[in-house]
Each structure stands twice: as structure tokens, then as C-alpha cells.
Design a protein. Structure first.
Lengths: 107, 122
């Protein structure tokens, strides 16, 4: 199975800060890496697919990058509504696997 | 509107069985793979099982293989998860998640249901 490792597990930043979350795969997955946002125990919501493509309706302050084994999710200017847990997920191989999540809070 | 609506969760004793359903609307159901993803209390997301759009291919996490069975009725636009030999560690919110392709591999979960809670306890 492909292991997905996210860091940090949590972070606290101020409104307007640039925030970066990293995700590392245990083997190369090309760009088959997706990011999800989960707020307050609700269902996850797709943010980024194919490592860098923004899902329709997602604010442009979110961006993704990387390929192979190392990926990033960046929020260019953190907003209060971005408080959530963020998960990366690979679909290169089955079983599909998720990272452990990164909790983002406002300082 | 594209929508997934899960049902069937509840309290069940260890060793018991439960069947979850996920009713889909707003899209051509048999064109897309669909998965079950669960989240134990206070934990992260865990993919449980997936099925291709045609229903011809099914996949399971090792943690549920041999105990859970995924199926779909494309005539009813409904996904199912038959769960048996349930354990305390199966306690979680179970989400159905629509893929963006016929096949599970290389896909993306673009629509999620609101989840149904399963509690395994005596």
C-alpha cells in the first residue's frame, strides 16, 4: 500500500498569512494526488485534483503543486473560513489512501 | 443538483450485521465508480471499499476484506455496503463518495454524502 504522510499535523497562523502543507507519498504517484477540506465534522470537500488543478468554486487563494512523491497545498492568504482539517489522498493505486490530516487554526 | 444520501447506520452489537445504503441523484449513476470512506471518532479518513460504474469490479481495504460486501443497483441509483462480523473498531461515520470516472483507480472523490454513523458496542 502507498503510505501518505502529511506535515505538520496542525498549525496556527494569522489571517493573511501564507500557509503551506506538505504531503509525501511512499512511492511515486505521478500527479495522482488530491486535496480535501473538512470543516467541523462535515463531509470532506474536494479542493485540488491532479496535484494542481483547482476544483470549480474553490477560491483561488488555494493552490497545489508537486509530482512524484512530494506535494504541497498552499493557502496564499489565510482567511477565517479556512479553519479546517486538510487531507491529501492518492488514487494512483488501490487501496486508495489518505494522509493523516493537517488541522489549520487561526492564531 | 448532484447529491448522495446515506442511510442505514445505527447501534449494533459486536459480531452483528448492518446494511448501509447511498441513494444518488442528479447524475448518470452507472457512469461513475463510487466508494465508501469512513472516519472513526476523532480520527482521519479511511477508504473502505469501492466499486466500478458497471459494478463489475469491487475493491476492499484489508481491514474489512471478507466481512464487508459492496454492491450497487444501477436501476435504483443506489450503492450498498453489507457489513457483517462487526467489531468495535468499525465504529465510524461512513461516507459514500462519488468518483469522477468509471473506474476507481486514478479517480477523484468529487461529491460526498453527509455520512451515516455506525456504532458497534454491547
Amino acid at each position: 500500500d502507498i503510505q501518505m504522510t502529511q506535515s505538520p499535523s496542525s498549525l496556527s497562523a494569522s489571517v493573511g498569512d501564507r500557509v503551506t502543507i506538505t504531503c509525501r507519498a511512499s512511492q511515486s504517484i505521478g500527479t495522482y494526488l488530491n486535496w480535501y477540506q473538512q470543516k467541523g465534522g462535515k463531509a470532506p470537500n474536494l479542493l485540488i485534483y491532479g496535484a494542481s488543478s483547482l476544483e470549480s468554486g474553490v477560491p483561488s487563494r488555494f493552490s497545489g503543486g508537486g509530482s512524484g512523491t512530494d506535494f504541497t497545498l498552499t493557502i496564499s492568504s489565510l482567511q477565517p473560513e479556512d479553519c479546517a482539517v486538510y487531507y491529501c489522498q492518492q488514487s494512483y493505486n488501490i487501496p486508495v489512501t489518505f494522509g493523516g490530516g493537517t488541522k489549520v487554526e487561526i492564531k | 443538483e448532484v447529491q448522495l444520501l446515506e442511510s442505514g447506520g445505527g447501534l449494533v452489537q459486536p459480531g452483528g450485521s448492518l446494511r448501509l445504503s447511498c441513494a444518488a441523484s442528479g447524475f448518470t449513476f452507472n457512469n461513475y465508480a463510487i466508494s465508501w470512506v469512513r472516519q472513526a471518532p476523532g480520527k482521519g479518513l479511511e477508504w473502505v471499499s469501492g466499486i466500478s460504474g458497471s459494478g463489475g469490479s469491487t475493491y476492499y481495504a484489508d481491514s474489512v476484506k471478507g466481512r464487508f460486501t459492496i454492491s450497487r443497483d444501477n436501476s435504483k441509483s443506489t450503492l450498498y455496503l453489507q457489513m457483517s462480523s462487526l467489531r468495535a473498531e468499525d465504529t465510524a461515520v461512513y461516507y459514500c463518495a462519488k468518483g469522477n470516472k468509471q473506474t476507481l483507480r486514478l479517480g477523484v472523490f468529487d461529491i460526498w454524502g453527509q455520512g451515516t454513523r455506525v456504532t458497534v458496542s454491547s
